[in-house]
Write a protein that binds this ligand. Structure first.
Ligand code: DGL
Length: 272
């Protein structure tokens, strides 16, 4: 059965457009509604309680838009709010933490080699939540996980500093200690970090970077199939962008994280 309702995707801001890009690539025919909470970003420094409250408000908005499933593209929101979101409505909700851990596990299968230690880098709030440890315990309990909060990376990336010396220095501050632990697999536990892949790989050629976006799209396919939600249309789907604030940097950020065609941009006020 064809279901042409849109898939809702949300993030604290526009970084989650990296996830939207992977979804669009895999499902060009699905209609996509993206909500970026540009008025309240960042979530990475906020408490669990606040992140849950914001996420539930956004979920209400997406449900009003009649979406058939929700992808929480934000690692911080995925780390705190999934249980509450799943309780609130009877539509599938997928976060990005589990796909990140799954991508690490698949890497192990590709290499046909056991991964003994890995690291996750993320916002403070994600690291504090212990969400990656919990997911790893369920999916791949033999791997030792080293967790590192990297709070300065998001603002640097948002300033477009993806190839600057300053970013290199900060990155070394954070990653040197991971390398010293002889860890070579790093999960990128934040929407923004895929933009630093090139720099990380150049600074540390021996590391393998684990990006959850492709695996998120793969797990999404499973959910769409199991729940009979796939859109069978062969037409190109739309992308509608909703934001909670039209900021000066909106267009630059959209280009930085996505750069594809967005059909409409609209500002909405949520319940605050
Ligand atoms: N989207 C957030 C995440 O993936 C990063 C930006 C923020 O702190 O809100 O954790």
């Amino acid at each position: 059965m064809a279901d042409n309702r849109a898939i809702g995707i949300f993030d604290s801001g526009l970084g989650g457009l990296t996830v939207l890009a992977a979804i669009k690539k895999k499902f060009p025919n699905e209609n996509l509604i993206y909500f970026g909470d540009t008025a309240r970003v960042p979530y990475g420094s906020k408490s669990r309680e606040t992140v849950i409250r914001y996420s539930l408000e956004i979920q209400d908005f997406l449900v009003e838009q009649n979406v058939k499933m929700i992808v929480v593209a934000c690692n911080t929101a995925s780390s705190h709010a999934l249980d509450e979101m799943r309780k609130k409505y009877d539509i599938p909700v997928l976060g990005v933490v589990e796909p990140g851990v799954m991508a690490l596990t698949k890497q192990q299968q590709i290499l046909e080699q056991k991964i003994e230690k890995a690291a996750v880098i993320a916002t403070r709030s994600t690291i504090k939540s212990g969400s990656y440890d919990a997911a790893l315990k369920k999916i791949n309990p033999e791997v030792y996980l080293y967790s590192k909060a990297c709070p300065l990376l998001v603002p640097l990336i948002e300033e477009g500093f993806t190839d600057r010396k300053a970013t290199e220095m900060i990155l070394r501050e954070y990653l040197d200690e991971i390398i010293r632990e002889d860890i070579h697999y790093i999960i990128l536990g934040c929407t923004h970090y895929p933009l630093l892949k090139g720099m990380m790989q150049r600074l540390y050629p021996s590391i393998t970077l684990i990006d959850s976006s492709v695996e998120t799209a793969t797990m999404m396919e499973g959910l769409l199939n199991v729940n009979g939600l796939k859109n069978e249309s062969t037409n190109n789907g739309f992308i509608k962008l909703f934001v909670s604030d039209i900021t000066d940097s909106l267009l630059d950020m959209e280009k930085l994280f996505f750069g594809g065609t967005i059909d409409s941009v609209e500002k909405v006020s949520l319940g605050w």
